[in-house]
Ligand binder design. Structure first.
Ligand code: MLT
Length: 236
């Protein structure tokens, strides 16, 4: 099994059969939450203008700039906001536009089948990868504004911690580094993560609690290559 990790989407990323994209705070947590409350799909865009273009009757626009709701959008990039309004999200199509998550999700999906992973859907993603015997995976962490993010590397470590026990694995250096973060207590990660501190200062504690609630949702958001549209457990 080949398990390579990339702490930033800007790195030179090798070809892999599957890509797992992580943006623990908060984009991939938002995607998992939206599909868990019954949204039909989550389409990723990089610019708000593109989202407005795609807006249709049964569509909701979600997104942030500076972790705040983009002006004119329906909701921010907030898992707790989705949960609070779950009934309104059912069967809706979501268009998601975020700063770092959008970039890494679009990059990965231009290269291959992509899974959106986070702590919030950890177990479901691991079960899917093990059941499907997927043996060549590139884990792409989104980072924050071009800098490596602790929470994404930690989530990668949690994934590697289980997959590496499945089979002979070939790691790149970043996988080894991430693996060594896997057993650090959540509280410590939240304490030291720059982005977590920023969200805390903005009063977004509910999102921090949700995004670190491991395996809360049994959902595996997947997008076929170049579709940039995540749905739950599509057959590939
Ligand atoms: C991002 O994609 O940049 C993040 O998810 C930002 C955030 O909403 O906290």
């Amino acid at each position: 099994m080949r398990l390579y990790t990339y702490f930033l989407p800007e790195e030179s990323i090798e070809n892999h059969k599957y890509y797992i994209v992580i943006d623990t705070l908060r984009a991939t947590s938002t995607i998992a939450t939206a599909l868990s409350v019954g949204c039909e799909s989550v389409t990723i865009v990089s610019e708000p203008e593109k989202a407005f273009e795609l807006k249709k009757e049964n569509t909701l626009l979600l997104g942030e700039r500076g972790a705040l709701k983009i002006s004119g959008f329906d909701y921010s990039n907030s898992p707790s906001e989705i949960l609070k309004n779950a009934a309104y999200f059912k069967n809706k199509k979501i268009i998601l536009c975020t700063t770092n998550g959008s970039k890494s999700l679009l990059l990965a999906n231009s290269k291959g089948i992509t899974i959106a992973a986070s702590l919030i859907n950890l177990k479901a993603v691991l079960q899917y990868l093990i059941t499907k015997k997927i043996d060549d995976i590139g884990i792409i962490c989104s980072g924050t504004d071009g800098k490596v993010s602790l929470e994404d590397a930690f989530t990668a470590g949690r994934i590697l911690n289980v997959l590496s026990k499945q089979d002979i694995t070939y790691f790149n250096d970043e996988s080894y580094i991430a693996l060594n973060l896997a057993n650090i207590p959540h509280t410590r990660i939240l304490q030291y993560s720059i982005h977590a501190q920023k969200l805390k200062k903005m009063g977004l504690d509910k999102d921090l609690t949700m995004c670190f609630n491991e395996s809360l949702f049994n959902v595996v958001p997947i997008s076929k290559m170049n579709e940039n549209k995540f749905k739950s457990k599509i057959d590939i």
